[in-house]
Design a protein around this ligand. Structure first.
Ligand SMILES: [Zn+2]
Length: 429
């Protein structure tokens, strides 16, 4: 089997930087990653691994920083073509921009085009795994998984379900949502690198009957994930309470219908009530922070310090097209900015961990993606820490790896991604 030895700077986590601080990461200024059969087989110092594997093909990335590819834990591939749409808050943004665009996915050829475009944009920006909402059309799920499979990428996705408060052309029923989701998960879940995610959009666009049907499907298929939205905007929360008068809070609309669990992903989770925070922690559910979306749509400031102190499981995501960037670097930068507004400066080690291992953990895929360690898939990137003159002049005077990395987190974009690999195969650079 061909062995490829990648040389460069390396940075890898041996612990959780929210618990141990930056000491949770190990940096090597001349490290190496050995790849065999699409997986990482060894990591270490360059000289030692070269001596141990003289037959390996060497790819020398110089001063480039070799990292696991970014893992985006929540986004909407059907919204790629409408990213950066102006001037609306959540409900009006959905009605004005999102629903008409998602309606176009009745056309399978359009779905194929946008799925391919989205995955290629992701790879160009160093994101090797996407977790996506699709549209109500089952073929939009096939389009996503087929495009991911063609690129060798891990994919997490599901058919978005809506049976009220959506246009007729984007509405299913509780029965068709159940039947279509079941057929799709039987077709895709566990096939290659595909993981099916049961996907009610959010409580306002599902009847209690539809949530109940999807909760029943999740109980029958517990290895699937479940994704939805939770407590994004204050007026959305009021709407949920009026639609579900018997619910204790927003989370209860999911909990009461079997849609709260440790394999559940709850996008945003900004304005949580104490009971909601308690129940999310008790169940080990995944909270997905979407900072570029939260500022773009004007949703609010996620309280990272409080959620970390509670011991919540947290991932990071672009939420495109509500999020305004395809770059997880920009997403990390926005997480930092929101932290600053909450008087909580998030360390670059923590930002990087959230975009890789943190997201992998909410997807229950840690050890497989989001980490460069023996046994993990060789989904990896090479980061140029001097990709623009403005970044280069700052990183040139850095005194350690974190100070060298932080300008790229705050100012970097796809130009900082010198190379992207999926299962050891070069996809960029
Ligand atoms: Zn979303």
């Amino acid at each position: 089997m061909t062995k490829t030895l990648h040389l460069g700077q390396t940075l890898s986590f041996t612990g959780d930087p929210f618990i141990e601080g930056p000491a949770a990461a190990t940096h090597s200024s001349r490290g190496a990653v050995l790849v065999e059969g699409g997986r990482v087989s060894a990591t270490g110092e360059a000289d030692a691994l070269r001596a141990a594997h003289p037959e390996a093909i060497v790819e020398d990335h110089g001063d480039g920083l070799i990292l696991p590819g970014f893992v985006d834990a929540h986004m909407h591939y059907p919204q790629t073509a409408m990213i950066a749409s102006w001037g609306k808050r959540l409900i009006d943004w959905l009605n004005s921009y999102t629903f008409p665009e998602e309606g176009k996915f009745a056309d399978r050829a359009y779905a194929d085009e946008i799925a391919g475009r989205t995955l290629d944009l992701a790879l160009a920006h160093g994101t090797t795994t996407l977790t996506s909402f699709c549209t109500i059309h089952p073929s939009s799920v096939d389009a996503f998984f087929e495009a991911a499979q063609a690129r060798g990428m891990a994919g997490f996705a599901g058919k978005t379900c809506m049976d009220r408060n959506a246009p007729d052309y984007l509405s299913d029923t509780s029965q068709s949502a159940y039947d279509d989701s079941k057929a799709l998960l039987e077709r895709w879940h566990g096939k290659g690198r595909a993981t099916y995610v049961i996907t009610p959009r959010f409580s306002p666009t599902s009847t209690p009957e539809q949530l109940e049907a999807l909760g029943a499907l999740w109980a029958e298929s517990p290895s699937c994930l479940m994704q939805t939205h939770l407590s994004e905007q204050v007026d959305e929360i009021e709407w949920v309470k009026s639609l579900y008068p018997q619910a204790r809070d927003y989370l209860d609309t999911y909990e009461a219908h079997g849609l709260l669990g440790e394999r559940g992903l709850y996008g945003h989770a900004i304005h949580l009530e104490p009971r909601e925070a308690d129940r999310l922690r008790e169940t080990g559910a995944g909270l997905v922070h979407c900072p570029t979306s939260n500022t773009f749509i004007g949703s609010g400031l996620f309280d990272m310090a409080a959620r970390v102190a509670e011991g919540q499981r947290i991932g990071l995501a672009s939420d495109t097209g509500g999020g305004s960037s395809f770059s997880m670097l920009r997403v990390m930068g926005a997480a930092y900015e929101i932290g600053q507004l909450k008087r909580n400066p998030i360390h670059p080690a923590q930002l990087l961990w959230l975009a890789t291992e943190g997201s992998a953990k909410v997807l229950h895929a840690e050890g497989e993606i989001g980490r460069l360690a023996p046994g993990a898939m060789a989904d990896m990137i090479v980061l140029d820490l001097a990709s623009t003159p403005g970044i280069a002049q700052r990183s040139a005077v850095a005194s350690d790896i974190w100070e060298a990395l932080f300008p790229t987190i705050m100012m970097g974009d796809d130009r900082a991604i010198a190379a992207t690999y999926v299962a050891g195969r070069r996809m960029k650079g």
